[in-house]
Design a binder for this molecule. Structure first.
Ligand SMILES: NC(=O)c1ccc[n+]([C@@H]2O[C@H](COP(=O)([O-])OP(=O)(O)OC[C@H]3O[C@@H](n4cnc5c(N)ncnc54)[C@H](OP(=O)(O)O)[C@@H]3O)[C@@H](O)[C@H]2O)c1
Length: 272
């Protein structure tokens, strides 16, 4: 892939940082976004030490106007990687006659970040790329959004995360057919657990936990092969698809007996 200009959201941590560092090389310009200045600068230093040119943008992906300004302000990008995201689980019941709940503020923040934040990245990128010339491979650009295996199921432990990730995957794949004809590859990453700060304090074991650098290389391989849905680990995705075919009561009975996603087993996200 000759991607000389790449824009990455969520570059201050985890997968976005690993992708930036993997891509960093002489001749490549990286536009890196995040909210935490110190961590974003750490990523930048690493990328610069590998020879990349770096531009930083301290920006909240929920800010539609600021995101559009940033994306268009690049003047042209070969690849956009929408990695910014948050997660959160349900809280324990407060009494014998109450149930696990997901706080409203968390539900709204997860949808705003994981769904609207992705649209705020992808839509201006689509607009920008439509005006770019086709490269030798016939593409004007590639846009990739990170969904999750959680989006394949109605997981009671992380309801709004499951829903937002499902929407991201469906949007990227459903829009991708027409976008490809217009010379823009849209890809969705349906991955299982990655060993990033997002899950570092989960109190349950995470089946199929993947090293973030391996995940980063797998994603870039998939993009080089023009994969519109990049899925790993396959066994976890296949199992999740099968679970989603079960009657709701059976699937819920299974999930409610799993330590993963039990109320209170994930750290509360920062909603400030
Ligand atoms: N880790 C997993 O097991 C896993 C599995 C499947 C999918 N994913 C997805 O992979 C993506 C990357 O997650 P990760 O595991 O690398 O998590 P992470 O280490 O917590 O990184 C999340 C990144 O998102 C950024 N971010 C969060 N809210 C933002 C906002 N409102 N505006 C701008 N940036 C924001 C953070 O920036 P600041 O810290 O600077 O705010 C950080 O750079 C997410 O979309 C996640 O849902 C993760």
């Amino acid at each position: 892939m000759q991607h000389n200009t790449v824009l990455i959201t969520g570059a201050s941590s985890g997968l976005g940082r690993a992708l930036a560092q993997t891509l960093a090389r002489p001749g490549r310009t990286l536009w890196l976004g995040g909210r935490n200045t110190a961590r974003l600068e750490e990523t930048a230093q690493h990328c610069i030490s590998r020879g990349a040119a770096v531009h930083l943008n301290i920006c909240d992906v929920t800010d539609t106007a600021a995101m559009a300004q940033w994306v268009h302000g690049t003047g042209g990008v070969d690849m956009v990687l929408a990695c910014a995201g948050i997660t959160g689980g349900t809280r324990r019941p407060t009494g014998p006659d109450s149930a696990a709940t997901e706080p409203q503020a968390q539900i709204r923040r997860i949808f705003a970040t994981d769904l609207t934040g992705v649209l705020n990245t992808v839509l201006p990128a689509l607009e920008l790329m439509q005006g770019q010339p086709r490269a030798a491979d016939g593409l004007r650009g590639r846009i990739c959004a990170i969904s999750s295996v959680a989006g394949l199921v109605s997981f009671p432990g992380t309801p709004s995360y499951s829903a937002a990730k499902a929407a991201v995957d469906r949007f990227m794949v459903a829009t991708g057919g027409n976008a490809k004809k217009a010379g823009i590859l849209l890809s969705s990453v349906v991955c299982g657990f990655l060993d990033t700060p997002m899950v570092a304090h989960n109190t349950f074991s995470m089946p199929g936990l993947t090293d973030v650098n391996s995940a980063s290389r797998r994603i870039l391989r998939g993009l080089a092969r023009n994969e519109r849905r990049i899925t790993f680990p396959l066994w976890l995705a296949a199992g999740s698809r099968l679970m989603d075919l079960l009657p709701i009561s059976l699937a819920e009975a299974y999930y409610n007996n799993q330590p993963a996603g039990a109320p209170g087993s994930m750290p509360e996200p920062d909603l400030s």
